[in-house]
Write a protein that binds this ligand. Structure first.
Ligand code: BG6
Length: 504
């Protein structure tokens, strides 16, 4: 992990191979992140980029396209000399997953390149391609022996979410990939783990003595996880209509937050220990019957409205979305974790598109103090005690507690103690991918998902997927774009005598 206080070590020489080099992800995130690493002096001294295209392009043509992408998407002012140096080490090669011979050819090309560039055979294969191409490309890499670690060289495979579309497909994908690359070679990216505030959850919990003793069912009333977006589905209709809010966000991003907040303390701060605890707690999420899954969830779909000044069309009018679609653009769930620490504590999760506000936060609500002592005073109620971990757009931590209002009578009001990252730390604007790419190069997979964690996540959401599929249009509720989401999501908590924290 990039440590802002110490200058991190430079990675060993390596060849960074990008499948899908002409695509959006490469232009928007991967190259800008490599640029930022280059600017911070964190690329290996001996380094090369190989872009794999289905149709051969000249190196110069590809360089120009990536330079244009960098100028458009860079998070910092682009220094020409650094950008040119970075892209000068780029080579474009041609391969197609339906042409095994092209992968054999790659093998020969790599050997030659590696000799010229001195990258010692270390290779990082980054699959910036649609999920349907993960297994076919990996299989070809495997057949051509390109992932075999030999003569002291490492070979790593990076894939992006989604890892499957349900439990069964995730298992199939994992088992295919694990036949080709070992777990230690596999880097499954969930970009939520690149967020500083998400990484900080572990530090907050385990590097401070005061939180852990109260981090359990004796003191915590419930936990809310919110990932609300203003963005509507826009041009992603075809992907989104087949996916929906639950698949797109919950088993991955929301469960990363959930697992970091609820896992047991790992014995060591290393990939094996941390990922085992995360997988363990996800596996302890109680499996719900179909009846309970319907009772404990809300599915919404946005209708026409306005987000800020922008008019948003009804979801069903989005290009490439079926006019009678029952895909949810909003999901709220109530979950429980079946272990000693969390028994009886509800977890409320919500996420949606085209909402009035963009907010990502984890709110931990502590149990109310007994009111008895204030019964004969003018105090009529105590405010709630929340610890709020704000992830976006504000990055920080807020503690809400009660305090006496100055004056001769006993009057109490809720106040906030706030920590904001930007007030304490100076950081360079980044894509978020720098840490992840750097970690792949140094071989630290603590911030990447392990196969068992991925499967545990799907297992927990599978009852909802099944119950919703069976229910079809029944139970799907509309909400106005620009609103706070469906009212039914409020009822989910109101039934338990609780309410969502007001997002401001
Ligand atoms: C992606 C989803 O994984 O995460 C998108 O596919 C979503 O639909 C995005 O908008 C949210 O990421 P962030 O970092 O903006 O919260």
């Amino acid at each position: 992990m990039v440590d802002a206080s110490k200058k991190p070590q430079k990675p060993e020489p390596c060849c960074f191979v990008i499948f899908g080099v002409t695509g959006d992800l490469t232009h928007r995130l991967v190259i800008p992140a490599l640029y930022n690493l280059a600017e911070s002096g964190l690329l290996p001294d001996k380094f090369c980029i190989v872009g794999i295209a289905r149709k051969k392009m000249s190196d110069d043509e590809l360089r120009q396209s990536l330079m244009d992408g960098l100028n458009k998407h860079a998070t910092r002012p682009v220094k020409k000399n650094i950008a040119e140096k970075l892209l000068s080490c780029l080579t474009c090669l041609e391969a197609s997953n339906d042409d095994p011979a092209s992968f054999d050819q790659l093998s020969k090309s790599f050997e030659k390149l590696e000799k010229d560039k001195g990258t010692r055979g270390n290779r990082l294969f980054y699959l910036a391609v649609p999920p349907s191409a993960f297994a076919p490309i990996a299989e070809q890499l495997g057949h051509a022996g390109l992932l075999r670690e030999e003569h002291g060289a490492w070979r790593r495979l990076v894939v992006e979410k989604p890892f499957g579309t349900d439990l069964a497909s995730a298992k199939v994908l994992n088992s295919k990939l694990l036949k080709i690359a070992d777990e230690h070679q596999s880097y499954r990216i969930d970009h939520y783990l690149s967020k500083e505030t998400v990484q900080n959850i572990l530090v907050l919990r385990f590097a401070n003595g005061m939180f852990e003793p109260i981090w359990n069912r004796n003191h915590i009333d419930h936990i809310q996880i919110t990932v609300d977006e203003k963005l509507a589905v826009g041009h992603r209709g075809s992907f989104y209509d087949a996916t929906g809010a639950l698949r797109d966000m919950v088993p991955n991003h929301l469960f990363q937050l959930l697992s970091l907040v609820t896992m047991e303390p790992p014995a060591r701060f290393d990939a094996q220990a941390v990922r085992s605890e995360k997988a363990e707690v996800l596996a302890a999420i109680q499996t719900q019957s179909s009846e309970d899954a319907l009772k404990n969830s809300v599915r919404g779909q946005y209708r026409a409205g306005k987000v800020g000044d922008e008019a948003i069309e009804d979801y069903r009018k989005t290009p490439d979305v079926k006019s009678n679609s029952t895909t949810e653009t909003y999901a709220a769930l109530k979950l429980t974790i079946d272990n000693w620490r969390w028994a009886g504590v509800p977890f409320y999760l919500r996420t949606g598109k085209a909402l009035g506000i963009k907010r990502t936060e984890v709110a931990i609500k502590f149990k109310q103090a007994p009111f008895a002592m204030f019964r004969d005073t003018p105090v009529d109620r105590l405010s709630q005690n929340y610890l709020v971990i704000s992830i976006e757009p504000t990055e920080g931590i807020t503690l809400q507690f009660n305090t006496k209002v100055p004056g001769p009578t006993v009057s109490i009001d809720g106040v906030e103690m706030k920590f904001r990252y930007k007030d304490y730390f100076k950081t360079e604007p980044s894509t978020g991918y720098e840490t992840l790419i750097y970690d792949c190069m140094i071989g630290d997979n603590i911030l990447f998902q392990r196969a068992d964690g991925v499967e545990a996540g799907w297992q927990a959401v599978q009852p909802f997927l099944d119950a919703w599929k069976k229910a079809g249009a029944d139970g799907l509720v509309g909400y106005k774009a620009g609103s706070e989401g469906p009212e039914e999501a409020d009822e989910l908590l109101a039934r338990d005598g609780r309410h969502w924290r007001k997002l401001t």
